[in-house]
Design a protein around this ligand. Structure first.
Ligand code: DX5
Ligand code: ZN
Length: 218
């Protein structure tokens, strides 16, 4: 699944961006929420997501790069997110919040920064529907993919089994996506590799083809 990262889109014309994403058949919106505190950048929050919700029926994953995800959970549920992903580094113990998200019939996601080992997340995988492995330091689009996170994806797939969704986020592009797939990821967050192109459908297909070609070659 290719999930366009709504950090690199044209914020001056969100409706048009939604139309282009949906026409391209991209199956999941990745919504990067930044509070200027957990990460050194500020993006948008639940009000903007609620507005975008009116424009598309495609599922939303809110990637909360914020210091206090529990305090704002209700806002993102009300905004209509199908998945809510928060960072393990932001909370002392993610168990209760993951359980609460699941209890509300929303996909529960836990994100880990490049410096965080899989072992730190492992005790909570049983409460996770989705593990998001950051392959750049969170905060900005357009950064270079960090291949050293690939073994974490493999470890997560081994521990989580086939039902755990594993998302990889940061620098995912034609030269890097096949390695993420081979390691066991199934959701590929794509900012620059979609929005730097004029045709989102072709850009999405190129990413999918890059995975297929490397599988055939193997
Ligand atoms: C970074 C965000 C990513 C980012 C991806 O903090 O979580 O979703 O926008 O952008 P690219 O694909 O350009 O690295
Ligand atoms: Zn993200």
């Amino acid at each position: 699944m290719i999930a366009p990262s709504m950090l690199k889109c044209d914020f001056g014309n969100l409706q048009h961006e939604a139309e282009r994403i949906d026409a391209a058949g991209l199956p999941l919106y990745h919504l990067d929420v930044m509070d200027g505190h957990f990460v050194p950048n500020l993006s948008y929050g639940a009000m903007v997501i609620a507005g975008l919700r009116e424009r598309t029926g495609v599922p939303f994953d809110a990637h909360l790069m914020i210091s206090d995800p529990a305090a704002f959970l209700e806002d993102y549920i009300k905004a209509g997110c199908e998945a809510i992903t928060f960072h393990i580094e932001a909370v002392p113990d993610p168990s209760e919040l993951l359980k609460e998200i699941r209890n509300r019939d929303i996909v529960s996601g836990l994100a880990i920064n490049p410096e965080t080992s899989f072992e730190q997340a492992a005790p909570y995988v049983e409460y996770c529907d989705l593990l998001l492995v950051m392959s750049v330091r969170p905060g900005f689009g357009g950064q270079k993919f960090m291949p050293e996170v690939l073994p974490k994806i493999t470890a997560a797939r081994e521990a989580g089994g086939p039902d755990l969704l594993i998302s990889v986020d940061g620098g995912v592009a034609e030269p890097t996506i096949a390695r993420c797939a081979a390691a066991g990821a199934d959701i590929f967050v794509a900012g620059s590799s979609i929005f730097d192109h004029s045709d989102y459908e072709t850009a999405g297909k190129r990413l999918v083809d890059a995975i297929a070609q490397s599988t055939e070659a193997a």
